[in-house]
Design a protein around this ligand. Structure first.
Ligand SMILES: NC(=O)c1ccc[n+]([C@@H]2O[C@H](COP(=O)([O-])OP(=O)(O)OC[C@H]3O[C@@H](n4cnc5c(N)ncnc54)[C@H](OP(=O)(O)O)[C@@H]3O)[C@@H](O)[C@H]2O)c1
Length: 270
């Protein structure tokens, strides 16, 4: 199967201001793709610094859009602004996301609902809007940044894991629907990665689980993710060990055992 070439393609990356999104932007730019960078409006300085870096280092074009994806009109506003300024979006990378750590009944419900708005609602709306355009052109790629958390409940950050299970199910189902349309919907499923998402705030400094999983480097995750997208992999979990843990083990273990491990391993180690 031929690879999807990224040179001179236009790639929209949400949550491009930090972590995996920033590294994905660097990888797409290195491939010669023009980058359409989006993040929360408060991240405008970080986006402008990144766009300067990408343009000067890789000679590509960039656009930056600061939009709050938790807002009711956020996703449609981003779509309209992008359509007004960028000729076409060939690749949509739904990367923006947030985490709330803490037991469901104790964690702030408004933050958990903001998570639902960004991780689920915004991703769904952006995918719906851009997929229509891609299907009409019979060309395009959507990369949804999911997680290994999609494959089993994540105790102590239950809404986060549930949001990724939604993203996974949606992505796989829609990818089948568009199979003959020239468009592909792919997921990138990293394990815990060293980014601001799991640093500071309520997230523990160390989880017991890190003894098994370690903490991945966002630059490596991004490189592998872009390679998988070019190859057309519908679901990509970086690291063979992670594939065994998150795909194979849940198939051969009872849910009771998986949930028991999740309860203990996803607790603070300190
Ligand atoms: N780190 C991990 O362990 C891990 C593992 C698997 C999957 N992932 C997934 O990878 C993706 C990127 O996360 P990351 O780890 O790179 O974390 P990150 O560095 O915190 O990046 C998250 C990005 O999403 C943006 N974002 C959050 N709320 C937003 C909002 N309301 N409107 C617009 N943008 C918003 C953030 O902007 P602000 O900084 O302004 O909030 C930031 O640019 C997420 O979907 C996450 O679930 C992460």
């Amino acid at each position: 199967m031929s690879r999807y070439e990224l040179k001179d393609k236009h790639v929209l990356i949400t949550g491009a201001s930090s972590g995996i999104g920033k590294e994905l932007s660097r990888c797409f730019a290195k491939e010669g793709a023009h980058c359409v960078l989006s993040a929360h409006p408060s991240e405008a300085p970080a986006l402008s610094e990144l766009s300067g870096e990408l343009e000067s280092r890789y000679g590509i074009k960039t656009w930056s859009f600061g939009v709050d994806l938790a807002g009711e009109d956020g996703p449609k506003k981003l779509y309209d602004e992008v359509k007004a300024h960028v000729p076409v979006i060939d690749v949509l990378v739904n990367n923006a996301g947030l985490m709330v750590y803490g037991d469901f009944h104790q964690a702030d419900i408004s933050r958990q609902l903001t998570l639902v708005h960004v991780n689920i609602r915004a991703l769904t709306l952006l995918m719906h809007l851009f997929l229509k355009d891609m299907a009409a052109r019979r060309d395009g790629r959507i990369l949804n940044v999911s997680s290994v958390s999609a494959f089993q409940p994540t105790v102590h950050h239950a809404v986060y894991g549930a949001s990724k299970a939604f993203v996974q199910s949606l992505s796989e189902a829609v990818n089948e629907e568009v199979r003959r349309s020239g468009v592909k919907v792919c997921t990138l499923n990293p394990s815990y990665t060293n980014t601001p998402l799991i640093k500071g705030g309520d997230f523990p400094e160390r989880l017991w689980w890190y003894a098994v999983s370690g903490l991945a480097d966002p630059a490596i995750i991004a490189q592998k993710g872009v390679r998988a997208l070019k190859k057309g992999k519908a679901l990509y979990i970086p690291g063979f060990k992670n594939w065994i843990i998150h795909i194979l083990l849940p198939r051969i273990s009872s849910r009771k055992i998986i949930n028991f491990f999740s309860y203990h391993a996803l607790k603070s180690r300190l």
